[in-house]
Design a protein around this ligand. Structure first.
Ligand code: ZN
Length: 239
């Protein structure tokens, strides 16, 4: 009978591994998605300074283009100034040049302010890039572990299924049927270790007499509460 319980324990190990593998097959891809999303958000946060820098760069380029447009406009106005005969028109053009000069000067001040801010930002951007590089490398390492784990599932499932088939053949049909019946009713666990008179399946106490019997007898005994097939296991010695 001790031999039968040993076979059942091994069979249970196969079944538990198979349950674990099929759960992993669902959960790991979800975990990968979640980690990718978390990293994307983290990256977005770290790249805030970079985005601000790029924004300023665009604004600066726009400002410079406007300064050039104003300068070109003023050159043309000054050329036309030489040909004007009418005094009113002459005064209007001078006023136009004056307004342009003022706008240009304001724009130039803003460009200088942009450049100063960009100088400060570029220091932070460089630091952020270092931080991100490190985080990216860590993220990739973590993802690689999970992906390897995921890729191994199919092969592991085949291995455990084969192992189970071999074991099942060596277990008497009625015992196998009993195990299957109990396992289906008890969240996939049909055989359970008992230590210090506590069933590790339902965590209920085993009556002292039954516990004594479990340690001495070779009979197959079931937990009176959850009905799982019990075996005695000293959990201080085993891992
Ligand atoms: Zn129990």
């Amino acid at each position: 009978m001790k031999e039968k319980i040993a076979l059942l324990i091994n069979l249970q190990e196969c079944d538990s591994q198979l349950v674990k593998l099929s759960s992993k097959k669902v959960k790991l891809p979800e975990k990968i998605c979640k980690m990718e999303e978390e990293f994307r958000l983290y990256k977005e946060g770290v790249e805030q300074n970079k985005r601000k820098y790029e924004e300023l760069k665009t604004q600066r380029a726009e400002g410079e283009a406007n300064v050039k447009k104003l300068s070109d406009g003023m050159v043309k106005t000054r050329e036309r100034l030489l040909e004007v005969k009418n005094n009113k028109e002459y005064q209007a053009m001078l006023k136009e040049i004056e307004t342009s000069e003022k706008t240009k000067s304001d724009l130039e001040s803003r460009i200088i302010a942009f450049m100063e801010e960009m100088d400060k930002l570029i220091v932070l951007v460089k630091k952020d890039e270092e931080i991100l590089k490190q985080a990216e490398s860590n993220h990739e390492k973590e993802m690689k572990i999970i992906e390897d784990d995921l890729n191994a599932i199919d092969a592991d499932t085949v291995t455990w299924t084969e192992k189970r088939a071999v074991l099942a053949k060596s277990i008497p049909a009625d015992l196998l049927a009993q195990y299957e019946r109990i396992r289906k009713r008890n969240n996939g666990i049909g055989v359970i270790p008992v230590w210090k008179a506590v069933c590790s399946g339902c965590h209920m106490n085993i009556p002292p007499q039954l516990y004594n019997e479990l340690q001495r007898s070779n009979d197959l005994l079931s937990c009176p509460n959850c009905n799982r097939i019990m075996y005695f296991q000293n959990q201080e010695k085993s891992s």
